[in-house]
Design a protein around this ligand. Structure first.
Ligand SMILES: Nc1ncnc2c1ncn2[C@@H]1O[C@H](COP(=O)(O)OP(=O)(O)OP(=O)(O)O)[C@@H](O)[C@H]1O
Ligand SMILES: [Mg+2]
Length: 455
């Protein structure tokens, strides 16, 4: 069912229920009110008749005249003795004799609605009769006036219900159209985007800040984010293929050279083998890093454990020292235990130590300490430094400050972006402080994690 139809049907149903309930209420209240005024009217008349009859009985004058004078137009006056026999009946409507006589020595009244919706009221008054016995004076009336009134009221209420419903249904229809027009506009814009395949935000001239405008806003935000993500992906793919093309070109060049001169010139052979091996290694490194970056989900699959951060750092530093024959000074002011994924922390340490060794010639300073709920590792080198303009960007994929220089060092520009991602996944971060020509300090912050101090 369309939204518009749903709105219309539910609004109309609600209104029908409401109007019906109101009309039933009005009808019942009016009916009760009519009954009580009719009963008290007939009751008053019975009272008056009883008084006149009592006076006539005392005087010994004729009773018939009084009864005739008090006989309602479409009613009956009856005198009933205690054996429930009728002593006297006066009526112009013979059908009143259908109603059985009823004796009571208390004042009373009752109403009756027949199956044909005829309404009657019966009132009873006790009276001392001529023979000294208590009898019941019954005055009853067929309430044709009330019947007519109730019928007219029914017609009026039913007609009023329809009259109210017509504008309500029409109003619902118009309102639905007004509300849904912008939604339909939205749908056609979305379809258009889908068909033409270009991600474009929806242009809206609407000024209100209603839900619809919020929906458009949310959609536009989503489109912009998707656009950014797609751009990033495009950039990543083109950067990656570019990075792969360079070593492939070198390998291809040397392979051609080998084919031509390899067998006759041994010096060409050596140069080519060295270059091909180097480029092969670079490609392998690049491929591994790309794999790491692409496997986004795996970063979030952390395998945390308790470990001594200083011990892990020391081990990594010693390994690098041995591999590069360089000096790394180690300083531990505190030995924090952290609860984190040790393999991922190690990887980050290797990436930063590798940079420090690669982009400087002097000894490296490493220290570890703890502050509040976090452990810190800082790695400082005294090399070229990182210009302020580049500091924010070196964490981007493939970003290298001096491409020519970095190429010589075999960098792909992926290390820091991987490190930043790994730390982010653990709730930590990497801070950078550097001065060109003086020093570069990378500081890793690792949250201590749950229960780490208890160990
Ligand atoms: N300690 C440092 N001193 C000076 N420059 C640095 C330092 N660390 C990183 N950089 C600069 O930041 C860039 C990005 O570093 P990153 O580690 O991401 O890539 P890379 O070292 O070039 O390649 P790899 O992916 O092999 O690590 C480097 O190319 C370099 O220009
Ligand atoms: Mg690096």
């Amino acid at each position: 069912m369309k939204l518009k139809t749903k709105l219309q049907v539910s609004a109309a149903l609600a209104l029908i229920l409401f109007v019906a309930a109101t009309n039933v209420f009005v009808y019942v209240v009016y009916e009760n009110d009519s009954w009580s005024s009719e009963v008290s009217r007939v009751s008053n008349q019975a009272e008056a008749t009883a008084e006149q009859l009592s006076a006539a009985i005392e005087d010994g004058s004729g009773l018939d005249g009084i009864i005739q004078a008090n006989l309602p137009g479409n009613g009956m006056v009856r005198i009933i003795n205690y054996e429930e026999e009728t002593i006297h009946t006066s009526t112009r409507e013979p059908r009143f004799s259908e109603f059985p006589p009823h004796f009571t020595n208390a004042q009373a009244s009752r109403t009756l609605v027949t199956e044909d919706d005829e309404r009657f009221v019966f009132t009873y008054k006790p009276l001392i009769w001529e023979n000294g016995n208590v009898v019941t004076l019954e005055v009853s009336e067929h309430l044709q006036g009330m019947e007519e009134n109730m019928e007219v009221l029914r017609y009026i209420l039913v007609a009023a219900s329809f009259i109210v419903l017509i504008p309500a249904v029409l109003g619902g229809w118009v309102l639905g159209a007004i509300i849904l027009r912008p939604i339909n506009g939205l749908i056609s814009t979305m379809k258009n985007i889908q068909e033409k395949g270009n991600l474009k935000p929806i242009k809206s001239k609407r000024r209100s800040r209603d839900e619809l405008q919020q929906l458009i806003g949310a959609f536009n935000e989503m489109v912009e984010r998707l656009e950014r993500e797609f751009d990033k992906q495009d950039q990543f793919v083109s950067d990656a293929s570019h990075e792969l093309r360079t070593p492939l070109t070198v390998i291809d060049g040397y392979a051609t050279m080998l084919k031509r001169w390899g067998k006759t010139k041994p010096e060409v052979l050596d140069e080519a083998i060295e270059a091909i091996t180097e480029e092969g290694a670079r490609m392998k490194h690049l491929a591994e890093q790309l794999l790491l970056l692409v496997k986004d989900g795996e970063y979030l699959q952390l395998d945390p454990e308790h470990f001594h951060l200083d011990a892990v750092l020391q081990k990594a530093a010693r390994a690098m020292e041995t591999a590069t024959q360089r000096q790394i000074h180690f300083q531990v002011s505190q030995a924090p235990t952290v609860y984190a994924d040790v393999e991922k922390v190690k990887q980050v340490l290797y990436i930063i130590l590798d940079n420090a060794l690669k982009y400087s010639d002097k000894a490296i300073d490493v220290s570890v300490w703890q502050e509040n709920r976090a452990a810190y590792v800082s790695i400082t080198d005294y090399g070229a430094g990182i210009p302020e303009a580049d500091q924010a960007r070196i964490f981007d994929r493939f970003y290298r400050i001096n491409k020519a220089r970095s190429r010589g060092d075999g960098g792909t520009g992926l290390g820091l972006s991987i490190a930043a991602k790994l730390m982010e996944a653990q709730g930590g971060r990497i801070k950078l402080d550097s001065k060109v020509g003086a020093y570069t300090t990378f500081t890793i912050e690792i949250p201590i994690g749950e229960g780490a101090e208890m160990k």
